[in-house]
Design a protein around this ligand. Structure first.
Ligand code: FES
Length: 157
């Protein structure tokens, strides 16, 4: 499952920590970047490489929301629903997104284009509500109209 390059990169990561097992998080990132998500086989291979059990690696991968244990859509929307964003209407906006995409937070739209995830604070409370697209595009001061434009843009991509 893991490419020889990925295995080599993980072994290289392991040399950067006093305890090789500490490389588990960057190893998960590395594999997720390459595969788009973290299937069971990849979790097992990471566990074998870093010297942890599959259960321990899965525990890390399921604890942090940035790791995906299910196949993702082409784009991922992380939508903040923490208190400052909630005070500025994020709950209504999240419901609007769910309705527009035809899926609940944590799921992927039927066309496979967009995965919607609820997130804790994304670090832009002074411009709430906030969302993050594909881990890179930080959008603030959201409105229902902006959400509609963004979804249309992502669907066309
Ligand atoms: S609470 Fe939403 S960005 Fe901080």
């Amino acid at each position: 499952m893991l490419s020889e390059q990925a295995k080599s990169d993980i072994q290289n990561l392991m040399t950067k920590y006093p305890d090789a097992r500490s490389a588990v998080m960057p190893a998960l990132h590395l594999v997720q970047r390459a595969m788009g998500w973290l299937p069971d086989e990849a979790i097992q291979e990471i566990a074998d490489l870093v010297g942890l059990s599959k259960t321990e690696v899965n525990g890390v991968a399921t604890f942090y929301t940035m790791y995906a244990r299910e196949q993702q859509g082409k784009h991922t929307i992380m939508f903040c629903n923490d208190l400052p964003c909630a005070l500025r209407g994020s709950e209504t906006m999240l419901e609007h997104l769910e309705h527009k995409l035809g899926c609940q937070a944590g799921q992927t739209s039927a066309d496979g284009k967009i995965t919607l995830k609820e997130a804790e604070c994304l670090g832009g409370c002074d411009h709430a509500p906030v969302m993050l697209i594909d881990g890179a595009e930080h959008l603030q001061d959201l409105t229902i109209e902006k959400l509609d434009e963004i979804v249309e843009r992502l669907r066309k991509d």
